[in-house]
Design a protein around this ligand. Structure first.
Ligand SMILES: [Zn+2]
Ligand SMILES: [Zn+2]
Length: 196
């Protein structure tokens, strides 16, 4: 006799015929992917879906075979008290979105026309606005993705058309973009002296 191991269900079905909507279903998978992340700061996961098939996954993680935050026992960005969205060049990890795009290159899969689902939660487990940072946004545009579906605070979701980001940046500037990771940064304010 052996017991069947219990596992938490990501989506509780109340009726047999009830199914999660497609976007919910994929975001829940991104949420599971996020649990593999290797940083103390937050857990982030991303998946890319093409024609209703998951073609790539990625989570916040250091380059393969290098030491991640868990192995070192601390996050360098924490230690240096760096706020969200700043000085990514000294982050040990590739972002979930980046690893997702990178992994599809490893597998030789084109991402053209695909949708990316992104999930992030903070160190306490609270869900965050999973809007990608500017570096990831630029990569998403160049990878040819069509839509980006982000989990938001309070278990919500926000869907972006990548085309709209491009249009927005054509008309205004990257700095006017209001949906960014760590949007409390007020980048424009901080760069005021440099910009004038
Ligand atoms: Zn870290
Ligand atoms: Zn990023």
């Amino acid at each position: 006799m052996h017991e069947v191991a219990k596992r938490p269900s990501a989506y509780v079905l109340t009726m047999a015929k009830e199914r999660p909507k497609r976007e919910e279903y994929y975001l829940n998978i991104a949420k599971q992917v996020a649990e593999r992340a290797t940083c103390f700061r937050n857990k982030g996961g991303a998946i890319i879906v093409k024609d209703d098939v998951i073609v790539a996954t990625g989570y916040i993680g250091a380059p393969r075979k290098t030491k991640d935050c868990f192995e070192r026992g601390y996050c360098l960005r924490d230690k240096l008290k760096i706020s969200h969205g700043r000085y990514y060049e000294i982050c040990r990890s590739c972002h979930a979105e980046q690893n997702c795009i990178i992994n599809s290159a490893r597998a030789g899969v084109s991402l053209l026309g695909g949708d990316m689902y992104i999930y992030h939660r903070d160190r306490e487990g609270k869900e965050m606005d999973s809007f990608p940072c500017f570096i990831c946004k630029k990569m998403i545009i160049n990878a040819g993705l069509k839509r980006v579906i982000c989990s938001t605070k309070e278990k919500g979701m926000k869907i972006f058309n990548v085309e709209d980001w491009v249009k927005e940046w054509q008309e205004k500037d990257i700095l006017d973009d209001e949906y960014q990771y760590g949007r409390d940064l007020n980048i424009k304010e901080k760069l005021k002296d440099d910009l004038s």
